[in-house]
Write a protein that binds this ligand. Structure first.
Ligand SMILES: Nc1ncnc2c1ncn2[C@@H]1O[C@H](COP(=O)(O)OP(=O)(O)OP(=O)(O)O)[C@@H](O)[C@H]1O
Ligand SMILES: [Mg+2]
Length: 473
């Protein structure tokens, strides 16, 4: 075992025999005395009469506690302490010192020693100290386990999917998480692009550094520029003080450029230069600032088409597309639907303190639907059904109309009074459904919905007013 105290679970008992104590002293009698006490407490011990032997022991075994003589021949206790901490930062080092050098011992605690004991010490004193040090080591180990748990949660813990497509995705995420290259994440709206970007960052080595998402689609161009690159005081009206750019703030971490396809062309050039030169120039400044950041970008647009059409720079596309990762749509992996439904049900039950289940018919209908809004649509559908249902079971009737209508055979407009009895849906109803469906897909973003539907914003507002106060979600 490489780390003796890396206990598998937090609830594990403290097992002294799993802890290694290294005793470093040039006086044999002290080494033997300490060894006796430590072994009587159940610890495994090693001894060293010099700094050089101590370093060798540190290489050979994972040491948890060190009893270190302050005065070893030929080396200063502080130097040895530093070397031990460098080789094994987690070890609890107890300095053993003569009364005269208590001052240095106190200083050594500032350098990372766990505690000190003055010679001559009695056995009970040593016993107490070793017991406390062991508790400290265990606490560190527990924190480590906890941190790992949090990490696992932040990595793919919350990406649900067991289909071969998703298994493949998990493998790629693991690989790219440990590299520094840009990754272009492709996928339809609602497939989980942001979730995947987060898991790439949080399963990588820089997980403790910032992860900063920037939505290039919803910010106005001037704002994206000043957000990304920062600005100096007076750069524009309202710039009352200087502000660092996100590319600089994310230092050592990740910037996630969401909806990169929406980035205006002049900003594309500036971003490209920043990535190539690893420097940015804040708005209004003449000085350049070095950046050290990983870029992840996402889009639901076909960037190759955008390149051909001249709306996206080819060189930037190549720069971002070093690795590309395509997230499958939900209709390509329908076998994941029950798992996802279960996941959202479980979350609902936990959050609301209820015990909801879903009827077989409702699940069947969900399996047959194509989910144009992908997981986000499924998530909204579950939330809505949970809110609508009157009992513990979610039935077909609790699902949105577009699902209930999905399997109806004929969808042609009829003239007249708009009766639905023939299974035929009138044009106005189809239009209303299309609008509500789109709004749901874009999470209520009316501007975006109008754009997707190919109608003006005012037309959309007018239509919504016509439909009355009915809630589309
Ligand atoms: N595999 C998954 N497992 C569980 N939840 C998921 C999964 N994929 C996506 N989600 C959830 O679906 C919602 C949409 O995901 P996300 O925002 O990452 O998608 P997106 O591709 O960025 O969408 P858009 O293009 O609309 O911005 C989020 O609430 C996310 O937590
Ligand atoms: Mg997104």
């Amino acid at each position: 075992m490489s780390v003796a105290y890396a206990l598998p679970t937090i609830d594990d008992e403290l097992r002294p025999d799993l802890l290694n104590v290294l005793i470093v002293d040039d006086e044999r009698a002290i080494r033997e005395g300490c060894r006796e006490v430590a072994e009587s407490m159940g610890f495994t011990t090693l001894t060293a009469e010099s700094a050089a032997t101590a370093y060798k022991q540190l290489e050979s075994r994972s040491i948890d506690i060190v009893l270190l003589d302050m005065k070893l021949p030929g080396s200063s206790g502080l130097e040895v302490l530093q070397e031990i901490k460098r080789r094994r930062g987690e070890a609890a080092v107890i300095m053993m010192t003569a009364y005269a050098s208590v001052h240095t011992a106190v200083h050594s605690m500032k350098q990372g020693a766990y505690d000190y004991v003055t010679k001559p010490f009695n056995l009970e004193e040593l016993r107490l100290l070793l017991g406390r040090a062991a508790g400290h080591v265990k606490l560190l180990a527990e924190n480590k386990v906890l941190r790992e748990k949090v990490k696992a949660h932040q990595s793919f813990g919350n990406i649900v999917g067991r289909s071969p497509e998703m298994e493949k995705l998990f493998r790629i995420i693991t690989k790219v998480a440990n590299s520094v290259h840009p990754v272009l994440i492709l996928g339809e709206s609602g497939t989980g692009k942001e979730l995947v970007a987060r898991s790439i960052h949080f399963s990588g080595p820089n997980r403790d550094k910032p992860f900063i998402p920037v939505d290039c689609g919803s910010l106005v161009p001037t704002l994206i520029e000043s957000e990304l690159f920062g600005y100096v005081k007076g750069a524009f009206t309202g710039a009352v003080r200087a502000k660092d750019g996100l590319l600089a703030i994310a230092d050592g971490g990740t910037i996630f450029l969401d909806e990169i396809g929406e980035l205006p062309i002049d900003l594309q050039s500036k971003l490209l230069r920043a990535l190539q030169e690893k420097e940015i120039r804040p708005v209004g400044s003449t000085k350049r600032v070095a950046i050290n950041v990983r870029i992840l970008a996402a889009t639901n647009r076909d960037l190759e088409v955008a390149v051909r059409e001249g709306t996206f720079r080819k060189d930037l596309f190549f720069r971002l597309n070093v690795v590309n990762l395509r997230i499958p749509s939900l209709r390509e992996r329908k076998q994941d639907i029950p798992l996802l439904v279960g996941h959202f049900l479980e979350r609902m039950n936990r959050e609301l303190g209820v015990e909801r289940t879903i009827s077989d018919d409702a699940l069947k209908l969900m399996m047959s639907y194509d989910w144009p809004g992908n997981i986000r649509e499924l998530e909204n559908c579950m939330d809505r059904a949970g809110a609508l249902t009157s009992g513990p079971h979610i039935h077909i009737g609790d699902l949105p109309t577009q699902l209930q209508n999905a399997n109806r055979p004929v969808l042609v407009p009829v003239e007249g009074n708009g009766s639905h009895s023939s299974g035929v849906v009138p044009m106005a109803e189809m239009e209303k459904q299309a609008i509500f469906d789109t709004l749901r897909r874009v999470n209520g973003d009316k501007l975006m919905a109008a754009k997707l539907l190919g109608i003006g914003k005012t037309t959309l507002y007018r239509k919504l007013k016509e439909y009355g106060p009915e809630d589309w979600d």
